[in-house]
Design a protein around this ligand. Sequence first.
Ligand code: FES
Length: 202
Amino acid sequence: MLGLFCYACELLSLCSRSPAFTIPALAAVRRRTSHSPPVFRMRRAGPGRARSAAAGPGRPVRIIWRMITNQSRRTAPAVSSAPCRVTVCRGCCCGDARKVPGVDHAGQIPRLRAALGDAAQVRASECLDVCDQANVVVVQPSAAGRAAGGRPVWLGLVNDDDALADIAAWIRAGGPGLADPPGVLDLYAFTVSRRVGKAVEG
Ligand code: FES
């Protein structure tokens, strides 16, 4: 039995390298059970191989390449469908009739929600640290709008119904990154420092 052990594959006694194949009766088995390892031959460039070389790598490499590229297609990040977000400041000054009289502060958020429906999430926030612009509204882009380059737009002195209607119409059209705001909203837009801007992110 010792003579039937194959030191190459360490498993079978019928390996082509086993002394067992010196027995003529096992010659047929020997032909069927060769343990020669697979050999991946590199294509040689040359006059007769020019077309093959130009066509790309050999079959094993092509298979591995397809596996990699198919995998990356499957894991490609999909664009989220998250809608716009509207932050309405309700801090110490915004929403306070003593600081900004003559405005239906309590009705602003319900009015925006009714006008926007699923087009945006509307939320109230604490003071955003730009009280001189009360009432402050921040429009954050949808996921698609952000992917298209849209950034949060800060609007101040939003103290009339027409401004709310214009904001709602703009967001329904796509909002930042996807639609141009009505020209009149330029009168309300202002910029903030990076520190203040972080207050509405997240
Ligand atoms: S209360 Fe709105 S910015 Fe301060």
